[in-house]
Design a protein around this ligand. Structure first.
Ligand code: GLU
Length: 305
């Protein structure tokens, strides 16, 4: 029998999940489960790790009824896979060393034919002797993709056809750590993820990731980039907005069921548990507007027409 495919949630363990993160996780879970897929969990711990955050994130997900299949995967334990992917691209002549500092990149003009803000390609054509000189000067080298396209198109459940810039993305940072855009592509393929539901702040990175997957001969997943949760001022929900984590809500006397009820209501469902949500969940009806959350009082849900 064919594998059912999988959806996933991939938090960075940089702190506690807030209600917006929990809502996206619940949505990704319901989207996967309601379409007969597995659901896997990955911890994106290549940077920004806060001690104890992973444990609390997993506990909070379990408390709102998000369950997952198989072991939790940590990016820090997948390093050989990222190196193997980098090796394949290098063998195909699709990488080069980059000695630019962040400052130099900011100062340099945009690539002549590339998208605005793209890496200008300063190190693309360095000769071996120039490379040796920079290396001898003690400059750490990042490894970049030698992109052969400047744009790539993806299909998104909410955004339709989305075309975005592709540039010489960093594959391995100067400190030797694989870069997020590479890791995410390798991981999703290795975990059988064919459905990526995540916040729409990541939509602009998606053409790069899909392009990388294509170069590596990996399948491009289905995407659904869902709106984030905003505060009443229209800014992305953050810790400073008040009681935004599950433990904050608990301290105020809210049960996880009450939090799930509010999350479900923001998605247009009446449900007090994840299983009740799943029973009614319609994958064709994803939220297309941000959820405006006033943590001090009313939980308003913003519904699409
Ligand atoms: N770890 C990333 C984040 O928490 C998400 C990665 C992804 O969903 O592709 O922002």
């Amino acid at each position: 029998m064919a594998e059912p495919g999988a959806g996933r949630y991939a938090p960075s363990p940089s702190g506690d999940l807030h209600l917006g993160n929990l809502r996206t996780a619940l949505l990704a879970w319901a989207f996967a489960r309601s379409t007969g897929r597995n659901f896997v969990l990955r911890i994106d711990d290549l940077d920004r790790v806060r001690l104890g955050a992973e444990r609390r994130q997993l506990d909070d997900l379990a408390a709102i009824g998000v369950d997952w299949d198989g072991p939790v995967v940590r990016q820090s334990e997948q390093l050989p896979y990222y190196e193997a992917a980098i090796e394949r691209l290098t063998t195909a002549g699709l990488t080069y060393e980059c000695y630019c500092t962040r400052k130099e990149i900011q100062k340099a003009a945009t690539a002549p034919h590339g998208p605005i803000g793209a890496y200008p390609g300063t190190c693309r054509a360095l000769s071996e002797s120039e490379r040796a000189r920079l290396r001898a000067a003690g400059r750490p080298a990042a490894l970049r993709l030698r992109a052969t396209a400047t744009e790539f198109e993806v299909n998104d459940n909410l955004h339709g056809r989305y075309r975005g810039p592709v540039d010489d993305v960093v594959l391995r940072r100067g400190d030797g750590v694989p870069a997020y855009n590479l890791a995410v592509v390798v991981d999703d393929a290795a975990q059988g993820v064919d459905q990526v539901v995540r916040g729409d702040d990541l939509l602009p990175s998606t053409p790069r990731q899909a392009y990388l997957a294509t170069l590596l001969g990996l399948p491009v997943p289905h995407y659904a980039h869902v709106p984030l949760v905003l505060n009443p001022e229209g800014r992305r929900l953050a810790k400073r907005d008040g009681a935004v984590t599950l433990s904050d809500r608990r301290a105020l006397g809210n049960t996880p069921e009450e939090v799930v009820t509010a999350l479900a209501a923001s998605l247009g469902y009446t449900a007090t548990s994840s299983s009740e949500l799943l029973a009614h969940f319609d994958a064709r009806r994803l939220p297309c507007e941000p959820w405006i959350l006033d943590v001090n009082g009313l939980l308003q849900s913003s519904r699409c027409p």
